[in-house]
Design a protein around this ligand. Structure first.
Ligand code: URA
Length: 249
């Protein structure tokens, strides 16, 4: 981490009233959990993902996936203003996946552009992650649930195949799951975010095994600023993981 960023961390802790030094949480090497990526709910689903040719460009594959998403039989799309697909650099080795668009995202058609998104961008910038340059971001749902309610399992299940395909197209080396809903859906876990953050996970498909971390959702941090301390611990650990594994930023 750069000196200017270490200074920002210290400044942040000072603002919280912390006087002791920051120590990075030690995470057990043996606690790596291996998960298979599959949908959480075996509902009858009409397959909507259009086939693409392996030789097509990443951009083209993403366009096909986005156009397939429009055909998902999810009621949320009837009330949403826009389908919110993704943002960031498609060639990044780091992919973030959140929950669902909010009001601002619905208006603009881009993920994480409201207050929570701004906080997330700011925190990620401290470990030199920037969506124009080195990360790609999406949600497990393409449409805003009314009043920002928590998406239900049917809505999640209907969109999840597209998210899994999305990961396969981007081929990230590091997956950061933002908040409990995205984490539980993709890691197929019943545990809450408090248990799932701060430990190593892998997201597996075909022959691929992707380093995966779960972090608190920025909306939760806006409501519970004290939890930013644990978020910083997680970001420092992610920073180390990126360095150790030569992940591009
Ligand atoms: N919260 C999310 O999970 N995703 C967004 O795009 C915005 C807020």
């Amino acid at each position: 981490m750069k000196v200017k960023n270490i200074k920002s961390f210290i400044e942040f802790y000072k603002n919280l009233g912390t006087t002791t030094s920051i120590t990075n949480t030690v995470r057990g090497n043996s606690s790596d959990l291996l998960y298979q990526g599959f949908a959480i709910n075996e509902l009858e689903k009409v397959p909507t993902i259009k086939k693409y040719n392996e030789n097509q460009s990443k951009q083209k594959k993403l366009e096909i996936l986005k156009s397939s998403a429009k055909d998902i039989n999810c009621d949320l799309k009837d009330i949403a203003t826009n389908l919110v697909f993704s943002d960031g650099n498609i060639n990044s080795e780091i992919m973030l996946i959140g929950e669902a668009p909010g009001a601002e995202e619905d208006r603009k058609g881009k993920p994480f552009v409201g207050e929570a998104g701004k906080l997330l961008d700011k925190m990620l910038s401290f470990i030199d992650l920037n969506r124009e340059k080195n990360f790609y971001i999406t949600n497990i749902l393409f449409w805003r649930p009314p009043g920002n309610r928590t998406p239900n399992s049917k809505e999640i299940s209907l969109c999840l195949d597209s998210t899994i395909e999305h990961i396969k197209i981007i081929e990230p080396k590091l997956l950061i799951l933002v908040g409990g809903i995205a984490t539980k859906a993709l890691l197929k876990s019943q545990e809450g975010i408090t248990k799932l953050r701060g430990i190593s996970h892998y997201y597996c498909y075909d022959e691929s095994k992707i380093h995966t971390r779960a972090i608190f959702h920025p909306t939760y941090l806006l409501r519970n600023p004290i939890e930013k301390r644990r978020m910083w611990d997680d970001l420092l650990e992610i920073d180390n993981l990126i360095l150790k594994n030569n992940i591009r930023r």
